[in-house]
Unconditional design. Structure first.
Length: 83
């Protein structure tokens, strides 16, 4: 599995995780997270962002409007609230 795929899966999980799980994950990774706050110094991450941006610019990857993003967030919130 690629790093991007792992990142996507983790991001999706974190978006829906309950507070207890989020706190546990954060506590396990807190030291690492604090170091990563300066993301622009992470060459690999910056290269990945640049590659994604170039794909978006060349229309190889789809972008999303703010309205689309907000609608997606609203659906996820409704799904979480219905559980």
């Amino acid at each position: 599995m690629t790093t991007a795929a792992i990142r996507d899966k983790l991001y999706d999980y974190i978006k829906l995780a309950d507070e207890k799980k989020l706190k546990a994950i954060y506590m396990m990774l807190e030291d690492d997270i604090e170091e990563k706050l300066e993301w622009w110094k992470d060459k690999s991450f910056v290269q990945e962002l640049d590659a994604e941006y170039k794909e978006w610019q060349s229309c190889k990857a789809k972008g999303h409007t703010l309205d689309e993003i907000n609608a997606s967030i609203d659906k996820l919130r409704a799904k979480r609230n219905n559980k």
